[in-house]
Design a protein around this ligand. Structure first.
Ligand code: ZN
Length: 157
């Protein structure tokens, strides 16, 4: 259970500040190493409309569509994933008040993306198998470049 206390207030302020600093449209608590189920979104151009969702649950979803996503936790990668473009969500606000809201388009997509972070899931996990393969291959190649292993170094030495 999430306590609606000063610590939660600080987390929410921190998330909104980071969201705006990174010019992102969504940010989830696990991305700042906090395991509470809290996420913020702001789809306005000028950062004037931050939305806070504590313990969100999706009550219904409809109209799956293909959307292009990126993520602060996976810099430089953009991929197409299938998401519902309409959802009804139930969540609590920062004071613990329960609300229900219908979201459409990017609002709906962003919420689902941020909720995936609660489970440690990234949008790259939702890419098609071939895209995922290419992503892993390029990540592995990058890791290989970083690891400097002397070739004439037997493991038994
Ligand atoms: Zn993300």
């Amino acid at each position: 259970m999430t306590a609606f206390d000063a610590s939660l207030d600080r987390l929410i302020d921190d998330l909104i500040e980071t969201l705006h600093a990174k010019k992102a449209i969504g940010l989830s608590a696990p991305q700042v190493n906090d395991q509470r189920q809290v996420l913020v979104t702001d789809l306005s151009d000028d950062g004037s409309a931050p939305q806070v969702y504590v313990n969100p649950e999706i009550l219904s979803s409809a109209r799956p569509g293909i959307v292009e996503e990126s993520c602060l936790s996976v810099p430089g990668v953009v991929g197409n994933v299938v998401r519902a473009t309409r959802v009804r969500v139930r969540a609590r606000d920062r004071s613990g008040e329960t609300f229900e809201r219908d979201l459409a388009g990017m609002d709906a997509v962003c919420l689902q993306h941020e909720m995936d972070h609660f489970e440690g899931k990234l949008f790259v996990d939702r890419l098609s198998p071939i895209r995922r393969f290419l992503f892993r291959a390029s990540a592995k190649a990058k890791a290989r470049k970083r690891a400097v292993v002397p070739e004439s170094c037997p493991e038994s030495a």
